[in-house]
Design a protein around this ligand. Structure first.
Ligand code: UT7
Length: 324
């Protein structure tokens, strides 16, 4: 049997830090409200010239270095992003050139906040079926560019960043299983107000730029319910128990959702990787950013059992159970 394993991780954040106190200057909000309702203290925001591919390039270079993998060895590149540099060429194609990858397959996956888990799922399948030996998988976003900075409901939440892993073929897992789901019934709860086919009619409010629109409280409830189901599905399909897990690496949308997941999994918060306080919600980048942080600071060790999960616009949701 061929399995995939994580050979190396990397991540990158823009330099600019925006604190809750900074947002208090321009919005009818407070540091106290943001901390209590979301757990966020500060977030990173890209400069005008820091596009998604600029952030992704740095994260990918670090992952390649950690995996001691030359770009020429990569058989497939997949990036989860909902904020591509351009409509086309894909962000993956831009990175194929920037990173000096061979003429391998390169694709963007748009599954909003679940984008990295979708990308990881596809990469794992390519390796398992023998079509690829090394796959570079990235999650990267510049959500700040589609946030309406005058709307407190969303401006305090979203952020920018990038994370990546090199997956490689191995004799044993690695990725024990990964799961992806979607349900378009909920499209109106978390969406953008513009797009290529739909047009840009509604964007006057935000200086002609599209904006994220979210009915946060409703999203919150479905997210907790749905993530509860997918972690049960993931453990069940491997005949493993909650107590087998060493680390939960959740999507970083809201500390209250993360805490609810830890409770469901009977895990102490000491075994949950939390970055939402400093990173905010960086959508497809949030899980690989958290993973890389905990790998590099030595919390996650080889042999540990990791549960990764994410939930986002669509709705989409995904998970992966990984022997690191
Ligand atoms: O990553 C993709 C998936 N996304 C998520 O999982 C996000 C899920 N949702 C959430 O994280 C939370 O629902 C939010 C953080 C977005 C909102 O927290 P909440 O506890 O659900 O608040 P709410 O929307 O029910 O609003 C409560 C109050 C409202 O005022 P009234 O009607 O009670 O007077 C809002 O207008 O808080 C008000 N409010 C704010 N106040 C200060 C909303 N945003 C803010 C704000 N600052 N930034």
């Amino acid at each position: 049997m061929i399995y995939s394993r994580i050979a190396g991780t990397g991540s990158h954040l823009p330099d600019k830090v925006v604190t809750n106190h900074d947002l208090e200057q321009t919005l009818d909000t407070s540091d106290q409200w943001i901390r209590e309702r979301t757990g966020i203290c500060e977030r990173r925001v890209a400069a005008d010239n820091e596009t998604t591919s600029v952030l992704a390039e740095q994260a990918c270079l670090k992952a390649l270095e950690a995996a001691a993998c030359d770009p020429s060895e990569i058989d497939l590149f997949i990036i989860g992003t909902t904020t591509p540099d351009l409509i086309f060429p894909s962000t993956a194609c831009l990175l194929q050139k920037k990173l000096g990858l061979p003429d391998c397959g390169a694709m963007d996956v748009n599954a909003a906040c679940s984008g990295f888990l979708y990308a990881l799922n596809i990469a794992d399948k390519y390796i398992r079926c023998g079509d690829a030996k090394k796959v570079l998988v990235c999650g990267a976003e510049t959500l700040s560019k589609i946030v309406n900075w005058s709307k407190r409901e969303t401006a305090v939440l979203f952020a920018d960043g990038a994370g990546a892993v090199v997956l490689e073929a191995a004799g044993e897992p690695g990725i024990l299983s990964s799961h992806i789901h979607a349900n378009g019934d909920y499209m109106d709860l978390l969406t953008t107000n513009a797009g290529v086919s739909v047009g840009w009619e509604e964007t006057k409010d935000n200086g002609g730029k599209p904006e994220i629109q979210m009915r946060g409280n409703e999203v919150f409830k479905v997210a907790v319910r749905t993530l509860g189901r997918i972690v049960e599905e993931t453990l069940g399909s491997n005949n493993l128990q909650k107590s087998d897990l060493n680390w939960l690496i959740p999507h970083q949308a809201n500390l209250r959702i993360i805490t609810a997941m830890a409770k469901m999994l009977d895990m102490s918060m000491d075994h949950v990787v939390v970055t939402v306080d400093r990173h905010g919600n960086s959508s497809a980048a949030s899980v690989p950013l958290a993973l890389d942080e905990a790998v590099r600071d030595g919390r996650i060790k080889r042999g540990d059992l990791l549960m990764l999960e994410a939930f986002g616009g669509g709705f989409t949701w995904g998970s992966a159970l990984i022997r690191y």
